[in-house]
Design a protein around this ligand. Structure first.
Ligand SMILES: *Cc1c(COP(=O)(O)O)cnc(C)c1O
Length: 377
């Protein structure tokens, strides 16, 4: 848990520049997480999943940093994300689109040097038509559904797939992939079942390399690694396995500015709907971030922020742009206009906030929004 980012606080004076908060993104920690995951899966390689703007942290900065550290395989979810990223990365970096082709975008995809994940027979035929149209070989990743029922060729289509592939000599399959539904739960039976199904697929299509493990899968052991792993959340410091110590380094820190403080008597209502009423004289601070900044309304009367290691509970409802916290346990005058409080940092992890909000670290991270001032280190 000790890392440079946790010790680093943005200078309090900089809060006067007008930002509501500071989202500090430690690119060094990101790179070390990538190296750790690469070592874990070696001799397999590690790709980077940079969908949803690298889980909210900035796909451009993240992908470039990881490229410098040897990453050559990048996964996004949507074609538009790949289009944006393509000119920023050198041609020897492959960009894969997890959702695959959309109707009519096969030519822009091919001409843009973007590699679709083929999830269905229809997408395969569409990509084959692009090879015929452009009269050249085109790369693809082939996805199989091994038990998640979300994306990929289902078991009953495998025979037809095999037949169609024989007519698609110009489609070059770089990897065959599948996705684990319960990899964050190391004890789930579903992991072994999906692995067994992946092995059956591999027997039917022995010529292709396997791409299988997400962050959780990386820590399920060698048998899950295939030739290429696809971690996302672990790169960004999220815990890959629920209920186990997090082996990754934190990458984000979030500090939010105080807008106003006040002392109120016992019996004072706080926030929308008056869901909190003070039991005694209370010192309150209102901070400049709310649910529009990715701090979910479900944190109302549950979540907290920190100052000097002291927990400051959120009182009343989370508003769109602000949250009120009880600062009575701090020395008087410790927090004032423009002071910063810690939302994510040494005292509070992504998983802590997610638990209080009744969600997962992924949703907190991808929701952090664009009103914070971003500091890349
Ligand atoms: C999002 C995603 C990943 C990355 O998952 P993490 O749990 O964040 O490591 C990998 N593969 C697929 C298909 C995904 O959708």
């Amino acid at each position: 848990m000790d890392s440079a980012i946790l010790d680093h606080r943005p200078h309090e004076e900089s809060a006067l520049q007008g930002a509501s908060g500071y989202l500090t993104i430690d690119l060094g920690a990101l790179a070390r997480n990538y190296e750790k995951l690469s070592a874990e899966v070696a001799p397999a390689q590690a790709a980077a999943v940079v969908k949803a703007d690298a889980y909210g942290l900035g796909a451009e900065r993240v992908a470039r940093k990881l490229y410098e550290h040897g990453c050559r395989h990048f996964f996004v979810a949507q074609f538009v994300e790949a289009e944006r990223l393509r000119p920023l990365l050198s041609p020897d970096a492959a960009i894969f689109v997890l959702n695959g082709l959309q109707p009519g975008n096969e030519i822009p995809c091919a001409e843009g040097g973007i590699v679709p994940v083929i999830n269905s027979l229809e997408q395969l035929q569409q990509w084959a038509s692009a090879t015929a149209h452009l009269k050249r070989r085109l790369p693809a990743v082939l996805q199989f559904d091994t038990g998640m029922s979300r994306l990929g060729v289902p078991p009953q289509d495998r025979a037809a797939l095999s037949a169609i592939l024989k007519t698609c000599g110009m489609v070059e399959i770089l990897f065959m992939m599948s996705h684990l539904a319960s990899a964050d739960d190391a004890g789930s039976e579903q992991n072994g079942e999906q692995l067994a199904e992946m092995h059956r697929v591999a027997e039917e299509f022995p010529e292709f390399d396997i791409c299988f493990a997400n962050s959780g899968g990386v820590f399920l052991g060698n048998s899950y690694h295939g030739a290429l792993a696809r971690p996302g959340i672990a790169l960004y410091g999220g815990a890959p396995t629920a209920g186990k110590p997090n082996p990754m380094e934190p990458v984000v820190r979030l500090d939010v500015a105080v807008v106003q403080t006040r002392t109120v008597p016992a019996g004072t209502r706080v926030g929308y709907g008056a869901t909190y009423v003070t039991a005694r004289e209370t010192r309150l601070a209102t901070i400049a971030a709310g649910y529009a900044d990715g701090l979910p309304r479900s944190l109302s009367n549950r979540g907290a922020v920190y100052c000097d290691g002291v927990r400051l509970p959120m009182v009343g409802r989370v508003s769109m742009d602000s949250i009120t916290v009880d600062v009575s346990t701090l020395p008087e005058g410790r927090l004032g206009f423009g002071s910063l409080v810690e939302v994510l940092g040494p005292n509070q992890t992504l998983e802590d906030v997610a638990r209080d909000a009744g969600t997962i670290s992924y949703e907190i991270l991808t929701g952090l929004g664009h009103r914070y001032h971003r500091l890349y280190r």
